[in-house]
Design a protein around this ligand. Structure first.
Ligand SMILES: Cc1ncc(COP(=O)(O)O)c(C=O)c1O
Length: 444
């Protein structure tokens, strides 16, 4: 099928300053997607591409699902927009209730944002507001982790631990520190699921707490499973230790679940998977199948109560919010998406497909350039040996080869990442893995 799209011509590529993209290289050899359905994309010239990444870790129910499309269409025709400050609309409350139902016990307060980045910054501000409301305003330091990714707004950029980001934007926000990454190829390469070694990396939090003094530390923010920086799986016992240290010192624990939320690990949230309840949980992406931009911060009831009850009656308690918080179209997509997850039991399906993905992935051990394979839930990471003097080139070339062969695979430097829609079939997993194997064989 050829899709006529006259707007897509090389001469029209110059105006769009593309995000997180090597603009010059891309525009010289563009890779465009023009249509999607179920597990597939189509390029403008009609080539089918199997989606191994759920878009960008977000289209968990598969593409263009009818109930979601129709819910958004209906809402657009009913009420396009309503102001969310000191006004509201009914489906905002319904949407919050749907999310609260899925959240861990005691975390039933939901603040809507429009992205994962906004969720990270919102959670950081909530932690600061919480300590102020409890009479400990000196708690201001935010501790993140090296290679952590919490989006691109100022709080998330600073609490995140992506070296390039920190180089480009040094010290936008004072008062952050970082524990080390859990990545340990020497001891953990080719681990299946959670690596055995590395719980002790969490001890570094105790060191930082002693160094700064608990009275100055507001929050620790980590992804329970780091996705964007290359699929880094927490070692066994590691998150438990982090959570215990936070609890001991009165530090707010923020789980960034922008990738792990809504079934990626076979449970509603990674918090359920690891059986650890944070104080704040950020999410976005699959919250509404990415049909309309949306994110959320889920707070412990106690955090909401503390902040809200500290303000005088009638005064705004938390000076924060977005014009598009709880946008009606996003809420409509959310309700339809959450219903679809239930109707098709997609979280259970994710759990059932996870061992099949793991087995297929680990069959790549020994394939050309592969130095590690990692998996957890419906997520896979394949680390390639970087080419001398050209770190990241091999990852990009593998991604391009796979795309040319009709499979979308994500790359972060020299790490290939897989996070397919939860509706994936076994034969599609096999196709993705064989396409990667062939691509790796064909690149230097
Ligand atoms: C863990 C995590 N946090 C935050 C973000 C940022 O989300 P967004 O791109 O929606 O701002 C991402 C994006 O991939 C992410 O993986």
């Amino acid at each position: 099928m050829k899709l006529e799209n006259p707007s897509v011509h090389a001469s029209t590529l110059e105006h769009f300053w593309m995000p997180f993209t090597a603009n010059r290289a891309f525009k010289a050899a563009p890779r465009l997607l023009a249509k999607a359905d179920g597990m597939y994309y189509w390029t403008p010239d009609g080539r089918q591409v199997l989606d191994g990444t759920a878009g960008l870790w977000c289209v968990n129910a598969g593409h263009n699902r009818k109930p979601i499309v129709e819910a958004v269409q209906r809402q657009a025709a009913t009420m396009d927009y309503a102001p969310p400050f000191s006004m509201a609309h009914p489906i905002a409350f319904e949407a919050a209730t749907a999310v609260a139902k899925l959240a861990p016990a005691g975390m039933q307060r939901v603040f809507f944002t429009n992205s994962g980045s906004e969720s990270a910054d919102t959670a950081i501000k909530m932690a600061l507001a919480y300590h102020r409301a409890r009479g400990e305003p000196s708690r201001r330091i935010i501790i993140g982790r090296e290679r952590g990714y919490h989006g691109v707004n100022i709080g998330g950029t600073m609490a995140g631990g992506i070296p390039g980001n920190r180089k480009a934007f040094p010290a936008l926000m004072a008062g952050v520190d970082h524990i080390r990454s859990t990545h340990d190829l020497a001891r953990n390469a080719f681990s299946q699921g959670q690596p055995t070694h590395g719980a002790e990396f969490a001890d570094e939090l105790e060191r930082l707490v002693a160094f700064h003094d608990p009275s100055n530390i507001a929050a620790v923010i980590v992804e329970p499973m780091a996705g964007s920086a290359g699929v880094l799986i927490p070692p066994q016992g590691y998150l438990e230790k982090l959570a215990a240290t936070c609890k001991k010192h009165g530090i707010v624990l923020i789980f960034d679940e922008v990738i792990t939320g809504f079934g990626r690990l076979g449970t509603p949230f990674a918090a359920h998977y690891f059986n650890i309840t944070p104080d704040l949980l950020t999410c976005a992406k699959a919250i509404n199948n990415a049909a309309v931009p949306m994110g959320a911060v889920i707070a412990k009831n106690e955090i909401y109560d503390t902040i809200v009850n500290a303000a005088p009656e009638g005064q705004i308690e938390f000076l924060h919010g977005y014009t598009y918080s709880a946008h009606p179209l996003a809420c409509a997509a959310l309700l339809a998406t959450q219903q679809l997850y239930v109707d098709e039991q997609l979280f259970a399906r994710s759990q059932a497909m996870a061992p099949k993905l793991a087995a297929a992935l680990h069959s790549l051990k020994g394939a050309r350039h592969v130095i590690d394979i990692r998996n957890l839930g419906l997520v896979g990471g394949i680390e390639l040996e970087p080419r001398a003097g050209a770190v990241g080139r091999r990852g990009l070339e593998a991604h391009v080869k796979c795309f040319e062969a009709g499979v979308l695979v994500r790359f972060t430097g020299d790490i290939l990442a897989l996070s397919p829609p939860l509706i994936i079939e076994e034969a599609q997993i096999a196709r993705i893995v064989e396409t990667i194997r062939t691509a790796l064989q064909s690149i230097e």
